[in-house]
Design a protein around this ligand. Sequence first.
Ligand code: SF4
Length: 289
Amino acid sequence: MKADKKTATKPSAKKPAAKTTASKIASPKQSAARGASATRASVSKVSADNVASKKVLAKKSPAKKTPAKKGHSKNPPKVTTKDAAADIARKLIAQYPDADCELDFENDYQLLTAVILSAQCTDQQVNKVTARLFKKFPTAHTLAEADIEVIKEIVKPTGYFNAKAKNIQSCAQSLVTKYGGAVPQTQEQLMELPGVGRKTANVVLGVAHEIPGWTVDTHVQRLSKRLGLTRESDPYKIELDLQKLYPKNKFDWTKLSITIIWHGRRCCYARKPDCAHCPVNDLCPSSEV
Ligand code: SF4
């Protein structure tokens, strides 16, 4: 089977209150007197001051404004209509009708483990690693009882292997002790497992149990911004924006997430999006064509 990739601010110092002392609020007469006095005093300095002023002006004169460049900026204009967002979804789904999770797995325990390993790693690399891992530890029970050093050695190619090895084993142990080795089917229960966040929980629910949810991974984050579907950077806030734009009763959130991920992998690349061949370049506010 197949599945998806992978995968205080200091309080600002208070500004001093503006001075409102009497010395600051001069009467018209006082102002005029001060002005005249200042004028006399400054006559002798005019030449020197003019020279200095010119230098200051030369330094401070603003650089010529260059026209805004068309392209994928960090904050493209937001798509304001649900209709435009719906058109984008329809076109992308038509472009990738077979979009599916690209991780290999045979049961939900394997999918959960593969998704944890997919953080900061390609699905292809994860699939190579899990082929070996699941052959040796095909169930949560076997992984829960495995030698941690053996797990580390197998998952090393996925990066961050110390943390990932601990997470997948702790997760397997929790599955065994809490659920008899099965994978729970609610977001809350899943998110209580070691190494499982909202994105991982949504992938497992959507792909293994057909419970729709948004997978806001790095591709969905990037494309949502470029396509003007959100201006948020926080994955949860992006998810909320997407939920509003795409009503649950009209769009399959899991399918749409995976479709956007596919587009990110095959066309709207992080560094150089291929806008010329993009099926939604007529709707995308970041299009470079
Ligand atoms: S590839 Fe498509 S979605 Fe990505 S920035 Fe270009 S036009 Fe927009």
